[in-house]
Design a protein around this ligand. Structure first.
Ligand code: PEP
Ligand code: MG
Length: 580
């Protein structure tokens, strides 16, 4: 029987293949009462299982030297969870006091911990309960005498590239195994857009749908699946017509993608000879190869906070320096714009982290980004020194998130000077002429743009937040997502005003929000005067193809007319005409 499941499309594209169910140790364990003389033996069995899992994690860590840095961090996180007394000591007390089997004691304690995670407001922290479950699953497997990672080796009769992994949940360690395999796609019951699995799916560019709730239960091994990672749809046992339709769409997409590769080395110049810069947005040093593969002319936005979100503690200057230098060297002379931590809102460290007590009831309007950096001068100095040290190895630019007030800009520039003079005192080299720029992502900044262009070397419009703050729409709340409108006249006015003011003052302006990577908006943005676009590496070639076909001199007057419109339907109609 054919049926369709809807979830969260976290990595685009279409995959057609055969379901490959990944079996996990079940957490529904038996509750057994043991005799008093068996208690010590049960404790020893529990300890031996913990030791075995420690060895397993260590062995996996050794095998990750060529894997992206985040995999090592995931393994460290799992090791920390395993060593936490809440998980390795409390079950021992339960075994002693209640004379129960180790499996039951461990699962009881896990459920207690997971309930605490569920109470967190922050979705990122809530998702960490999956990490606790994954660690416990590993120990349970060990206790059951079936150690090791999730098996990827069944379904021998089917080629790997035709397999679609179906799992209740995938641990980062399981996903490491994907690097050695060539699965067509993966789908899971749980996991949000900020889960590790989602982050890795995007970095691997395979279609993926998460949050399907009960796919693992409903889908049977070897059933035919279609995964539409763009729409978040999974079709199980499609009928022949649907299958044919998706096969056509898939080949169409592949053909388009391979054609696009031909323009990778072409200069990004419009038909009327205007040069345009296409840059990459990255979260981790391991995103550098994909940026170069996509033809990026530099990094327009390095969201530095993603490097360390997992750790719950702030990184040292040396650790940061190494990460920044890796990106700078990897980009081989191309400019790299490093944004200082945009912590807060949905990107908080864990409660033990420095920000634990700073994020309050309305986090997007509270302590976030530069506000946090200025309130934590030591953290800010550490980061500024690390970025400045990396500037010796290539062209580094410094980008400051969420500025709104003149004194914030002045305090930031003073902090940069302080970091420079402390490095001079330590006789450590850096680029003394490093450019400092500001994100324009608060409407007040776009409106009072004069104080920005007078103080900063460049500006970068963060449309994701600019839209959120202009329209009072929480960008993470799906209940109001239909109101999140990039074409709202107020949003267009703010972007146009920023671009125009930057041009008049001779201060370069880029867009690094999601708008820059939307090929349907390329002609509009070009006509508005945008020349610097920064986006996910996978979007670069499509945007480039639009630039190559654009005659900006012809577009500009049409766009000026569009910007005078106020009715949403008229704006959409004018955009369609512009793209025709
Ligand atoms: C933005 O707000 O548009 C932006 C690029 O920054 P982030 O998405 O990291 O908030
Ligand atoms: Mg932002």
């Amino acid at each position: 029987m054919s049926f369709t499941l809807h979830g969260l499309g976290v990595s685009g594209g279409i995959a057609i293949g055969v379901a490959h169910l990944i079996s996990h140790a079940t957490l529904e364990v038996a509750h057994l009462t043991i005799s008093p003389r068996m208690v010590e033996k049960e404790l020893a069995r529990f300890d031996a299982a913990l030791d075995q899992v420690r060895l397993e994690l260590a062995a996996m860590k050794e095998g990750t030297e060529h894997a992206p840095a985040e995999f090592g961090a995931f393994l460290d996180l799992h090791r920390m969870i395993l060593d936490d007394p809440e998980l390795c000591e409390v079950p021992q007390q339960l075994i002693r006091e209640r004379r129960c089997n180790a499996e039951w004691a461990l699962v009881q304690q896990m459920e207690h911990l997971v309930r605490q995670f569920d109470d967190f407001d922050d979705p990122y922290l809530r998702e960490r309960s999956h990490d606790v479950r994954q660690v416990v699953e590993r120990v349970i497997k060990e206790l059951a005498g079936h150690p090791g990672r999730t098996s990827m080796r069944s379904a021998k009769s089917v080629k790997e590239e035709n397999l679609i992994v179906v799992a209740h949940d995938l641990s980062p360690a399981d996903v490491i195994a994907f690097k050695e395999h060539r699965f067509a796609s993966f789908i899971t019951d749980v996991g949000g857009a900020t889960s590790h699995t989602a982050i890795i799916a995007r970095s691997m560019a395979v279609p993926a749908v998460l949050g399907l709730h009960n796919a693992r239960e409903l889908i049977r091994d070897k059933e035919t699946l279609i995964v539409d990672g763009t729409r978040g749809v999974v079709i199980v046992n499609p009928d022949p017509r649907v299958l044919e339709e998706y096969q056509l769409r898939k080949s169409g997409l592949e053909l388009e993608r391979s054609k696009l590769k031909r323009i990778k080395t072409a200069k990004t110049t419009s038909l009327d000879g205007v040069d345009v810069n296409l840059l990459a947005n990255i979260e981790l040093p391991s995103d550098v190869p994909a940026s170069l593969e996509g033809g990026a002319e530099g990094v327009g936005l390095f969201r530095s906070e993603f490097l360390f979100l997992d750790r719950g503690s702030l990184p040292s200057e040396d650790e940061q320096f190494e990460a920044y230098r890796k990106v700078v060297k990897g980009m081989d002379g191309r400019p790299v714009t490093i944004r200082t931590f945009d912590l807060g809102a949905d990107k908080d460290l864990n409660p033990e982290g420095t920000l634990g007590d700073r994020v309050k009831t309305n986090p997007a309007l509270g302590m976030r980004a530069i506000r946090v950096s200025l309130a934590e001068p030591q953290m800010f100095q550490t980061q500024l020194r690390a970025i400045l040290r990396a500037s010796k190895y290539g062209k580094v630019k410094l980008l400051i998130p969420m500025l709104a007030h003149a004194y914030e800009i002045d305090a930031t520039l003073a902090a940069v000077e302080q970091a420079k003079s402390s490095l001079r005192g330590d006789k450590i080299g850096f680029d003394a002429a490093i450019e400092v720029g500001g994100m324009i992502e608060i409407p007040a900044a776009a409106l009072a743009i004069g104080m920005f262009v007078r103080r900063l070397n460049f500006l970068s419009i963060g449309t994701n937040d600019l839209i959120q703050y202009t329209l009072a729409i929480d960008r993470g709340d799906e209940q109001v997502s239909h109101l999140y409108d990039p074409l709202h006249p107020a949003v267009l006015m703010l972007i146009a005003h920023t671009l125009h003011s930057g041009e008049k003052a001779g201060v370069p302006v880029s867009v690094c929000g999601e708008l820059a990577g939307d090929a349907n908006l390329t002609r509009l943005l070009l006509g508005m005067g945008l020349r610097n676009f920064s986006m996910h590496p996978a979007q670069i070639l499509e945007v480039k193809s639009r630039v190559l076909k654009a005659n900006i001199a012809e577009l500009a007057p049409q766009v000026r007319k569009l910007l005078r419109l106020e009715e949403p339907a008229k704006i959409r109609e004018a955009l369609e005409k512009l793209n025709a």
